[in-house]
Design a protein around this ligand. Structure first.
Ligand SMILES: [Fe+2]
Ligand SMILES: [Fe+2]
Length: 214
């Protein structure tokens, strides 16, 4: 009974926290006033972005985890922008705040519909096996990759991304899967990172935020 009440309380607190995070996310996103942003928010609602976890078993693998991760990456990206511009003020035109907001808040839209709730066995405090809520990965009807899927979903929704924003979202995972790519794709990634400061900034913000999330 007590366990039930406590878990319900935790869920209630989590829901309250999620509401505030969703409001902050929407305020930041809408502040860009980018063409297509309202249709993009509708698409996010439709695919479950605001309730999805950030992973199946690693960082923020709970309801609302993807929303939390996206805000964490956004905060980190805004901080990194300040640091970069202190050293290289001439990059200001290549790192406008609205690009930082759009690229960071929307980089992982691809994950919104791939985690399906399930249960897994876990030992409790008494050493007994019990079923606990978990997620499994299902790439579903649109197995289009990671960053590339995010870009496509956003463009399909009608969001007018700049080339820099699209490149940053497309390549944000390359630190993880570059060794498995062809020479052609590596060449594209290297050129994008060389030409577009937003690419490396988003890779760094995503990596740092994820590591701090534990
Ligand atoms: Fe990602
Ligand atoms: Fe991410």
């Amino acid at each position: 009974m007590f366990t039930f009440a406590r878990s319900n309380l935790k869920k209630h607190e989590n829901m309250k926290g999620m509401k505030g995070k969703k409001e902050r996310f929407l305020t930041l996103l809408m502040s860009t006033e980018r063409d297509g942003i309202i249709r993009t928010v509708k698409m996010l609602e439709k695919i479950g972005f605001f309730t999805a976890p950030a992973s199946s078993r690693y960082h923020l693998n709970h309801e609302g985890g993807l929303l939390e991760h996206s805000l964490n990456v956004c905060n980190m990206a805004l901080d990194l922008r300040e640091i970069v511009l202190k050293r290289k003020p001439e990059l200001e035109d290549r790192l406008p705040v609205d690009s930082i907001l759009l690229a960071s808040l929307l980089h992982d839209v691809c994950k919104a519909d791939i985690y399906k709730p399930t249960t897994r066995k876990q030992k409790n405090d008494k050493g007994e096996w019990e079923d606990v809520p978990s997620y499994e990965v299902d790439h579903g009807e649109f197995p289009f990759g990671h960053g590339e899927k995010s870009v496509i979903l956003l463009l399909q929704a009608g969001l007018k991304l700049t080339n820099d924003e699209a490149l940053a979202i497309r390549w944000h995972m390359q630190a993880w899967d570059l060794p498995f790519q062809s020479a052609d794709i590596k060449g594209n990634f290297n050129k994008a990172r060389e030409d577009c400061p937003l690419v490396q900034l988003l890779i760094s913000a995503d990596g740092l935020a994820s590591q701090l999330e534990g």
